[in-house]
Design a protein around this ligand. Structure first.
Ligand code: 8YV
Length: 309
């Protein structure tokens, strides 16, 4: 008999087909699982942002494995997973470049005003209405990276090609060439004009990018977030953008997705994306293959390719 699993986020067709070939796949409406199905669920495939709500986890007594289609584990209670002996896997490595690309894309879009100019051309305004406002130079800006893991280092590699001096904050000095380690985030924000968040989400990083950090970035400073919305005090961000004490923000992630505060949606100082940093065909296929491989290994009693728990 095929094991039964929950699929909590849509996945690409070839991945979905592989899952359906190997498992009885249930796609719950919202997060509600019918009472007769819940006791039979042995696995979950979910996204990094969606994770598994604790109430759902608690209602699945036979749950053995959570395969996250992403690298973030902040939406899964890992302590509880360990306690219950539930395995947890992620998809490291395969999405690093795409996420870093999105970070640079947001930075370029924001500072060069690409969305505004695109709208201007599409609207047939070119030659008929005043040109969009001048943008700001990207090359040579002072890059600060908060969280120097794989994604942070991929951003550093790109920033280097843009002639940017690079500084970063992390738990400890990683002794990286051409990158200055700054232990305090507030100090980092004072020393740079471009802050890219590439840190992990979760309780340890909640609201660390707060009003003082945003004020330290300053009116010429910009914030780029391709990590987790929870890391930013969103109310403080809204206030700083409205007051012009922060120059701008390029955001792929938000505190309460998919809800985005109206002030961010209407601000001329923002460029926004709906959590899309890993959303390329190539990467989503590679991520999905890892989800499939982890589930397959688990149900065949083989070592998991990319376990976290
Ligand atoms: C994905 C993510 O958008 O890696 C993560 O943790 O949040 C993203 O890559 C997501 O996991 C896909 O649902």
């Amino acid at each position: 008999m095929k094991p039964e699993i929950l699929l909590l986020e849509p996945m690409m067709d070839p991945i979905k087909k592989q899952l359906e070939a190997a498992y009885v796949v249930h796609r719950p409406e919202g997060m509600g699982v019918p009472a007769d199905v819940a006791p039979r669920i042995r696995g979950i495939a979910t996204g990094g942002g969606t994770g598994v709500p604790r109430a759902l986890m608690d209602g699945l007594p036979a749950l053995e494995i959570i395969a996250i289609n992403g690298i973030g584990t902040d939406a899964v209670d890992l302590v509880e997973a360990r306690r219950r002996g539930i395995r947890v896997t992620t998809t490291p490595g395969v999405l690093t470049d795409d996420v870093a690309d999105m970070g640079m894309g947001l930075l370029l879009s924001l500072l060069r005003g690409l969305p505004q100019s695109d709208r201007y051309v599409r609207a047939g305004e070119w030659g008929h209405a005043p040109a969009p406002a001048l943008g700001h130079r990207v090359s040579g800006r002072r890059m600060g990276i908060f969280g120097m893991g794989h994604v942070g280092q991929a951003i550093a590699a790109r920033a280097r090609a843009f002639g940017m001096p690079i500084a970063y904050t992390d738990y400890h000095d990683k002794h990286l060439p051409d990158c200055v380690f700054v232990p305090e985030l507030l100090t980092l924000a004072r020393e740079v004009d471009t802050l890219v968040i590439a840190a992990s989400g979760g309780a340890g990083s909640r609201n660390l990018v707060n009003a003082p950090v945003l004020a330290a970035l300053g009116p010429e400073g910009v914030l780029i977030n391709i990590a987790r919305g929870s890391i930013v005090d969103e109310a403080a961000l809204v206030a700083a953008l409205a007051a012009g004490t922060l120059g701008g923000a390029g955001l792929d992630v938000f505190a309460h997705e998919p809800d985005v505060p109206e002030a961010l949606r209407t601000s001329p100082r923002t460029v926004l994306q709906p959590h899309r940093a890993s959303a390329t065909i190539e990467t989503r296929l590679a991520m999905g293959e890892l989800v499939v491989a982890n589930l397959a290994a688990h149900f065949a009693n083989r070592p998991l390719p990319t376990p976290v728990v």
